[in-house]
Design a binder for this molecule. Structure first.
Ligand SMILES: NC(=O)c1ccc[n+]([C@@H]2O[C@H](COP(=O)([O-])OP(=O)(O)OC[C@H]3O[C@@H](n4cnc5c(N)ncnc54)[C@H](O)[C@@H]3O)[C@@H](O)[C@H]2O)c1
Length: 242
């Protein structure tokens, strides 16, 4: 399994859940030391691989997938969890922030999923891709995440397009809409009042834990989810119903 954003938060929990389920993990993150530590903490750590990589390096993504294939012995699932969020008032969003959000949260995923999809097609055994969007893709943001939600809307459209393209090869492509989840991103540039407002808007009345999202990724990568593709799945404790 390839897991991006595996150094912390939902990506780290996903790597842990895959390792617990007996899978080998190729863990990718821009935070090199942190992803090494995360892999050292997985079940049977010697089976897994930590790789520092900035997913904005588009030209190298094909090579990254090849490296993962060699490291794992074969490819089955990509959990593309990595993302970044810069919160700021709408009127302050500049071109630089727009480019950062779109480059990390949309462009990198497009080329990574395509490289992974090509490798799965060549392998001929099917496979799974799980991408990460946000409830903000449907409802917009109250939280200063304007360019971020624009990118996350693109993630859903892209994933549905890829689901059509790769479906005939036995490859499913789905998107998760998590939140509010108790991770570093939840608390970055955020106030406790805003976090509390997110909790208040959630029928379960609490933040979700990263493990509660990771388990859905493992389900989507398993045989139990063989007929689910093109779905955008709310993992929000009921905060997003649609
Ligand atoms: N936490 C939430 O409530 C929430 C809500 C909605 C959507 N999401 C989405 O879920 C996913 C995981 O979120 P999280 O809360 O665990 O985030 P997080 O910030 O805790 O972790 C994200 C990880 O991605 C890595 N990353 C960022 N840019 C990278 C790059 N260019 N190359 C490689 N790695 C990079 C970071 O280093 C980090 O380890 C993200 O896509 C996020 O947008 C989270």
């Amino acid at each position: 399994m390839i897991v991006t954003g595996a150094a912390q938060g939902i990506g780290q929990a996903t790597a842990e859940a895959f390792a617990e389920a007996g899978a080998r993990v190729f863990a990718v993150d821009i935070k090199g030391e942190a992803v090494k530590r995360a892999v050292a903490g997985l079940a049977r750590p010697s089976l897994h691989h930590a790789r520092r990589y900035d997913l904005r390096d588009i030209a190298g993504l094909g090579g990254l997938v090849e490296e993962a294939s060699e490291s794992l012995g074969n490819l089955w699932a990509l959990a593309h969890v990595a993302g970044t969020l810069k919160r700021q008032p709408l009127d302050e969003v500049g071109e630089e922030e727009w480019d950062l959000q779109l480059d990390v949260d949309l462009k990198a995923g497009f080329f990574l999923c395509r490289a992974f999809g090509q490798a799965l097609v060549a392998g001929g055994r099917g496979g799974r891709i799980v991408n990460f969007s946000s409830p903000g893709f449907i409802r917009g943001t109250r939280l200063g995440a304007h360019a971020y939600v624009a990118a996350k809307g693109g993630v859903v459209s892209m994933s549905r397009d890829f689901a059509r393209w790769y479906g005939p090869h036995g490859i499913t492509v789905n998107t998760l809409l998590p939140g509010p989840i108790d991770t570093p991103m939840q608390h970055t540039d955020n106030t406790e009042e805003v976090v509390a407002a997110g909790v208040a808007a959630c029928p379960l009345g609490r933040l979700g834990q990263p493990e509660e999202v990771a388990s859905v990724v493992v389900f989507l990568a398993s045989d139990h989810a063989s007929y689910i593709s093109g779905a955008a799945i709310s993992v929000t404790g009921g905060a997003l119903m649609y």
